[in-house]
Design a protein around this ligand. Structure first.
Ligand SMILES: NC(=O)c1ccc[n+]([C@@H]2O[C@H](COP(=O)([O-])OP(=O)(O)OC[C@H]3O[C@@H](n4cnc5c(N)ncnc54)[C@H](O)[C@@H]3O)[C@@H](O)[C@H]2O)c1
Length: 326
């Protein structure tokens, strides 16, 4: 299969690109490098530097190969930032995706896999399934919901086959690639930066949430498990034209539990300080991922938080400065 991977210089896209190549697919990565790294793009992939907002560049890139599928990872991802500058997120994530989906369909692409998020659900005390009420706590979550809806209409009008994969929190390293966001806002890499001596402490944003220890609760999924679900979904699009799946472990860990586990893994005291709540954070987001398990046979192979953090720690200790930004 010929796959066009937007955002393939980023954390998740580069690892899915690697798994696609390892499974014998041809991969073209399209990324502006606004947040990603050229170095993260697998050597066997073709690389095109371009923006999904640039219709001409996108159409030329899509026209350069007969692509069977688009895997769309390119987005701004920071929920907190989306509450400060919503316009940037609507433009990049919604207008950018609209430009991409339209150009893809018009170049003959029939399959589309979209990186959606747990952030489009309303917070809930028990694991969330795909039929639970939606209610994004941030503009970021809202942009993902808008793109899911757009895909529904492109299916209706053009028969585009698509899978919306609602990731909970991806974490860990794989195949000499790891999590390196610009700027870093994700808990596990931040905690590990403290262990590496690059930050003095980690902040716990809010200790008064309605959770057992008062800090936010999240579901962490190992990046290799997340990536493998994309290959299954791509294959399944032959028989199932529309799919929406949660991708998570079904276990919730509080911010404090993550910090404690990282202390155990790294042997570092990892000082933590309490800070006020951040706008855009839901109290608890934990997946019920039984639907993809029943439909496609997907199961997380690395479910333990300690193993996930250990794999992240391995990457961060070997790449303390992350990727080079050249
Ligand atoms: N990391 C997570 O835990 C998580 C959770 C839920 C959903 N997601 C979604 O998964 C996708 C990948 O996330 P990630 O963690 O790998 O983020 P990332 O920032 O590492 O990667 C995103 C990539 O998209 C590129 N990009 C952004 N805007 C672009 C544009 N306009 N044109 C071209 N390229 C552009 C960036 O340069 C970057 O390489 C995103 O869509 C994100 O919303 C991630």
């Amino acid at each position: 299969m010929r796959a066009f991977v937007t955002g393939g210089a980023g954390y998740i896209g580069s690892i899915v690109a690697r798994q696609l190549l390892d499974s014998g697919h041809e991969v073209t990565v399209y990324d502006s490098l606004a947040k990603g790294y050229r170095e993260a793009v697998p050597a066997r992939a073709k690389f095109i530097q371009g923006d999904i907002l640039d219709e001409a560049s996108l159409s030329a890139a899509l026209g350069s190969g007969k692509f069977d599928a688009v895997l769309h990872f390119a987005a701004l991802i920071e929920a907190g930032e989306s509450m400060i500058d919503p316009g940037r997120f609507f433009k990049n994530n919604v207008t950018g995706s609209a430009t991409l989906i339209d150009a893809a369909v018009k170049s003959g692409v029939r399959k589309f896999v979209f990186s959606s998020t747990a952030g489009l659900y309303a917070s809930k005390d028990t694991p969330l399934n795909e039929d639970d009420p939606l209610g994004p706590a941030s503009v970021y979550g809202e942009t993902k919901l808008m793109v899911e809806k757009m895909l529904g209409w492109y299916h209706e009008v053009y028969d585009l086959r698509y899978a919306a994969l609602r990731y909970f929190n991806a974490a860990g390293g794989f195949s000499d690639r790891g999590e390196a966001h610009q700027p870093e806002s994700h808990l596990i890499p931040i905690v590990l930066q403290v262990a590496l001596g690059q930050r003095e402490h980690v902040s716990i944003y809010g200790e008064d949430y309605p959770t057992p220890d008062g800090s936010c609760v999240r579901d962490y999924i190992h990046i290799a498990d997340l990536a493998s679900a994309h290959l299954l979904a791509l294959e399944a699009l032959e028989d199932r034209p529309v799919m929406t799946y949660n991708l998570g472990n079904g276990e919730g860990y509080s911010v404090k539990e993550v910090i404690e586990t990282a202390r155990k893994v790294t042997g570092h005291p990892i000082p933590a300080v309490t800070a006020p709540r951040r706008p855009g954070d839901a109290a608890r987001l934990v997946a019920d991922a039984s639907r993809i398990s029943i439909d496609l046979g997907w199961e997380p192979r690395i479910p333990a938080l300690e193993t996930i953090i250990a794999s992240a720690w391995e990457w961060h200790s070997r790449h303390p400065e992350g990727y080079s930004t050249e």
